[in-house]
Design a protein around this ligand. Structure first.
Ligand SMILES: Nc1ncnc2c1ncn2[C@@H]1O[C@H](COP(=O)(O)OP(=O)(O)O)[C@@H](O)[C@H]1O
Ligand SMILES: Cc1ncc(COP(=O)(O)OP(=O)(O)O)c(N)n1
Length: 276
């Protein structure tokens, strides 16, 4: 039996909704063997980020080398990378191991406003990491910061996607969670020549902590299983939609999403009607 494997290179969220924890839960739910290289420890809950403790670059790279030298991986997802030095090291390791199914979630700022990427690291991300991304998954503020243009209207989102592709990114998913005034959330996939829209009803909830991490991890899981990018994005959109809709209502602030909701829905749909 072939076992699909995925590696997440990201920060730890003690609250379990975002970061490494969200990624590993998502991999597991999608039947992908998950591995991790932790870049930073955050003390975090649904109310915000209380502390950030980056790991030394050598510690990050040694975790990656441990996997590269033994288990190998079918896909990589990057999340909170925190510094220019960590980005440079990660980019070098992606090249060294020839890992090409790479999803870059350009994590910059947590919902509560905490900076998860240092200001001087944005340039390193653009110049060193983006050229190696098979899929880049910016939210609207991240797309603005990376592309250097306003990203509000549909046409602005398309223009930003074209600019990001110019850095060497093969596919850009412009996520639409931050769009205001619409009952539909549209994620736009750009493949270097055209756009595909993935739309779903907007869920009106405050429990959206970790949506970006979970979505990108689900894309990486699909790629690890050999899916094409469009198929992996379509499944990821279903996965995050279920996770937001079937909310767990945990914590006093922005609660985590429900990582088992997608699997439970599939199981319910497969069950004979009288058994439900
Ligand atoms: N309120 C919502 N209802 C339904 N889907 C959402 C909602 N908010 C975000 N999503 C989905 O979750 C994913 C993450 O979106 P977004 O909020 O833009 O990114 P981030 O979490 O990185 O800020 C996307 O696939 C988006 O379509
Ligand atoms: C450790 C860590 N990594 C990433 C994030 C950001 O997660 P995201 O999915 O963008 O969700 P919000 O933080 O915006 O709710 C994080 N908070 N912590």
């Amino acid at each position: 039996m072939t076992i699909a494997r995925a590696l997440t290179i990201a920060g730890s969220d003690s609250g379990g909704g975002a970061g490494i924890q969200a990624d590993l839960k998502t991999f597991q739910e999608l039947r992908v063997f998950g591995m991790s290289a932790i870049t930073a420890i955050t003390a975090q809950n649904t109310l915000g980020v209380l502390g950030i403790y980056p790991l030394p670059v050598d510690a990050v790279l040694q975790q990656i080398d441990a996997i590269g030298a033994d288990l190998g991986t079918d896909a990589v997802k990057t999340g909170m990378l925190f510094s220019a030095d960590i980005i440079a090291g990660v980019a070098e390791r992606l090249r060294r191991y020839g890992w090409s199914r790479v999803v870059v979630d350009p994590v910059m700022i947590a919902k509560g406003g905490a900076k998860l990427l240092q200001d001087d690291a944005v340039r390193a991300m653009k110049e060193k990491l983006l050229p190696q991304a098979l899929v880049l998954t910016p939210n609207m503020p991240e797309a603005e910061a990376l592309a250097g243009v306003p990203v509000r209207t549909l046409e602005e989102r398309k223009e930003a996607a074209r600019r990001l592709a110019a850095y060497g990114v093969k596919h850009v998913v412009m996520k639409g969670g931050h769009e205001e005034g619409s009952d539909v959330v549209v994620d736009l996939l750009y493949d270097g020549s055209g756009f595909t829209e993935f739309a779903s009803p907007r869920v009106y909830t405050r429990h959206t902590h970790g949506t970006g991490c979970t979505f990108a991890a689900a894309v990486a899981a699909g790629l690890a299983k050999g899916q094409g990018v469009a198929e992996a994005v379509a499944t990821a959109k279903q996965f995050i939609g279920a996770a937001i809709e079937d909310s767990l209502e945990l914590g006093q602030g922005h609660g985590p999403t429900n990582h088992w909701a997608y699997r439970e829905r599939l199981a319910a749909a497969a069950m004979p009607k009288e058994g439900r």
